[in-house]
Design a protein around this ligand. Structure first.
Ligand SMILES: NC(=O)c1ccc[n+]([C@@H]2O[C@H](COP(=O)([O-])OP(=O)(O)OC[C@H]3O[C@@H](n4cnc5c(N)ncnc54)[C@H](OP(=O)(O)O)[C@@H]3O)[C@@H](O)[C@H]2O)c1
Length: 269
């Protein structure tokens, strides 16, 4: 019989981490960081596993809107990275997905499957922090799920907080042609106000992989935010223009912006 090398034996004992959103930006970074750590086997979850066969050690179907798919998706996994789906901002996300319903189903399924460590990608409760002044469903909706994660009774649980992605500036917030002929942004923001926590969303993966590897330090309900920079819009524009762009920024009223004809305009405003 062929002797098994110690590497094979170690790799057979690697624990599985199942990653929701593995084909997207947050989950994609998590998959790559887990693979780079070499400490875990990675099960990428997707609604269309057939389209992403080589993404990870295993690619398995999971649809947060179809809870019956979640049992098999989490079976045998030591850890789960969970991110939900907010519909209104990005066309990639399902319109109007119910994050509370989806997350509750996922947390329940993970607990039933015997998952030990769940990492939930949350956001701050803007409504509570602002004393009810701001209604921001894609933040507060996620914050409300924290309690469900906490009360589920996993051996370990961790909260990670994504920043405003740098990638938004070449995606949903890509510079637009302005009336004066420049390319740039017209937003309801004081351009001098340092108010944007930004970061390269791919780097969230390192935080998640680190928390799975060190649950003693980061698996007891800690909140781990990723922040690469804390910037005003003028600083963003200056940084990009130093690289050779000629972007402009114009402050517009909240009302004008909210009425703009694109999905999520009112919420961004
Ligand atoms: N943009 C920002 O600045 C920012 C900041 C903080 C937080 N966020 C939050 O980040 C989330 C989006 O994450 P992302 O940007 O990483 O996503 P993304 O790149 O837009 O990709 C979407 C991912 O969601 C998966 N997905 C969609 N519906 C699903 C469902 N019903 N069941 C299972 N998987 C589903 C897709 O997988 P398949 O298509 O393969 O199934 C895909 O992997 C949003 O909730 C948003 O609120 C965004």
């Amino acid at each position: 019989m062929k002797a098994r090398s110690s590497t094979t034996i170690i790799s057979n004992y690697k624990r599985w981490i199942a990653v929701i959103g593995a084909t997207g930006r947050q989950g994609g970074g998590v998959v790559r960081a887990l693979q780079a750590s070499g400490q875990f086997k990675v099960r990428a979850l997707s609604r269309n596993p057939g389209k992403h066969r080589d993404l990870a050690d295993e690619v398995v179907e999971a649809d947060l809107s179809r809870s019956e798919t979640l049992k098999a998706a989490f079976e045998g996994a030591h850890g789960v990275f969970l991110v939900t789906n907010f519909g209104a901002i990005s066309a990639l996300w399902e319109k109007g997905a119910d994050e509370l319903k989806q997350a509750t189903a996922a947390v329940r399924a993970a607990k039933d499957a015997g998952v030990k460590h769940l990492i939930w990608s949350t956001l701050p409760n803007v409504e509570a922090i602002s004393g009810g002044k701001f209604n921001l469903p894609h933040f507060t909706g996620k914050a409300r799920i924290d309690r469900i994660v906490k009360e589920a009774g996993f051996v370990n649980h961790t909260f990670v907080i994504a920043p405003f992605f740098y990638q938004n500036l070449v995606g949903s917030l890509t510079p637009q042609k302005q009336e004066v002929g420049t390319l740039g942004w017209a937003l309801p923001l004081d351009p001098y106000g340092r108010c944007i926590h930004m970061g390269d969303i791919r780097e969230l993966g390192g935080i998640v992989a680190g928390a799975f590897a060190h649950p003693d330090q980061a698996g007891n309900g800690e909140y781990l935010p990723l922040v690469g920079d804390f910037l005003s819009f003028n600083e963003i524009v200056d940084t990009l223009n130093r690289q050779g762009h000629k972007f402009s920024f114009k402050q517009v009223s909240k009302e004008a912006f909210a009425a703009a004809p694109f999905p999520g305009a009112a919420e961004v405003a």
